[in-house]
Design a binder for this molecule. Structure first.
Ligand code: CTP
Length: 399
């Protein structure tokens, strides 16, 4: 199996004589199945031509600020989002100092600042610069922020000195980069996921729905893809772009979602029910737009089928994960649903008062029969990666 199949590596090249070695690194990453996009600092382009990287990666190379906005749909935020990991190789002493400061004076530092994903640096510099207290402090701060430091190696340097500070060899970096994907934990698994709200028609124009934005479900789909899963996303109506490597099926009502899930589920190993499925639908939806008549109108509702409970009751059920959004007594309600619906895991959070449905940050607790794990408030993307890690571990333990 190609170790980087399906993975997107954004390679940042900063100004160092080691920049020429990154050409070989691009070749090795592509050979392992990665999609590679290269971003160079202005100084890097004085050491090596962008065309070299373009030819090896098969993609345009970005360097100047406006390069990322030249009509290929890859503005700087899109580029940062596109990447599963950002690797800066070589990372010069100057680049590390700017990264530590959170500067955004050029495209590459901006991308790092705009990313909440994995970032790794492969330092390359003279041994005295490496040993300087300023560099050491910069590295310590970056490490503490969760940035991975690859190397440096030791040996002869371009300046004629011998010591620590050489960029790791491309072969070594190409071995290290796959390990940045903490998760290969869902490699080879097929995962079905629902996300977003449902719309329950009242008449030709009107429907009942809820505040779900779909963000948590979509972040989970993305995290599962990064963890190696083959993802099918059944989505209610949301205003979000599809994760590009997922198969997406659009539905409106809970009934349609039920049918879509039931026709897909047999092929899947894991099912995550992140959709905010309406519990009830209007009993007699009208095909015509209903006219205003009386002062008061009664709307009869009938219960929808419970999708996640139906999946969990299948004879060959997949590993099944549900959600519980609660305004009070989170643990009691979550454990109740875990048991009542026959789930393997449930992700529960408190909603209301600026938490839950429409916001970007969230906290969550995952419960299973004999344990639980709390995940601190963070972006939905980071939360999704932590949740996928827990789902993956439990799925592996049971299969
Ligand atoms: N769910 C589902 N089908 C439904 C309703 C809910 O699959 N018809 C799933 C949701 O996707 C979620 C979990 O069930 O994973 C919890 O949904 P929730 O509405 O909180 O559960 P209910 O059993 O309806 O409990 P409550 O009384 O709190 O509404």
């Amino acid at each position: 199996m190609l170790e980087l199949a399906n993975k997107r590596v954004l390679l940042g090249v900063s100004g160092s004589i080691a920049a020429y070695k990154s050409a070989e690194l691009v070749r090795l990453l592509c050979k392992q199945g990665a999609q590679v996009r290269v971003v160079m600092t202005a100084t890097a382009t004085e050491f090596i031509q962008p065309l070299t990287f373009q030819a090896l990666s098969g993609n345009v190379v970005y360097s100047a600020w406006d390069d990322a906005d030249r009509g290929d749909g890859m503005g700087h935020i899109e580029l940062a989002r596109w990447a599963d990991v950002i690797v800066i190789a070589p990372a010069s002493a100057d680049f590390l100092a700017r990264l530590r400061q959170g500067m955004a004076g050029d495209l590459l530092t901006t991308l790092c600042l705009a990313s909440d994903g994995t970032i790794a640096v492969a330092p390359a510099m003279n041994r005295l610069m490496w040993e300087n207290a300023a560099t050491k402090e910069n590295l310590a701060v970056l490490k503490q922020r969760g940035i991975h430091i690859l190397g440096p190696g030791t040996g002869g340097q371009a300046c004629g000195e011998v010591g620590l500070g050489r960029m790791l060899e491309p072969e070594q970096l190409a071995r290290d980069i796959p390990t940045l994907f903490s998760t290969g934990i869902l490699s080879g698994t097929k995962l079905l996921l629902t996300a977003g709200p449902t719309r329950e028609p009242i008449d030709a124009m009107r429907f009942l729905s809820n505040r779900s934005s779909g963000k948590m479900g979509y972040a989970l789909a993305q995290a599962a893809i990064e963890a190696g899963a083959d993802v099918t996303l059944i989505s209610g109506p949301v205003a979000l772009p599809s994760p590009s490597r997922a198969k997406r099926l659009n539905v409106n009502s809970a009934d349609e979602m039920y049918d879509a899930v039931m026709s897909e589920v047999a092929a899947n190993d894991v099912f995550i029910s992140a959709a905010a499925v309406a519990d009830y639908r209007p009993a007699n939806p009208s095909k015509e737009k209903v006219k205003r008549k009386d002062d008061n109108v009664d709307l009869a509702l009938t219960q929808n089928r419970d999708i996640v409970a139906s999946v969990a009751a299948l004879p060959n059920k997949p590993f099944t994960v549900g959600f519980a959004a609660e305004t009070s007594d989170v643990e009691v309600h979550a454990r109740g649903k875990l048991e009542r619906k026959g789930l393997d895991l449930i992700a529960a959070n408190q909603v209301g008062e600026g938490q839950g449905a429409e916001v970007d940050d969230n906290a969550m607790t995952m419960y299973w029969a004999d344990g639980s794990q709390h995940l601190e408030k963070t972006t939905k993307n980071k939360l999704a990666r932590q949740m996928v890690a827990i789902i993956g571990e439990h799925y592996r333990a049971e299969s």
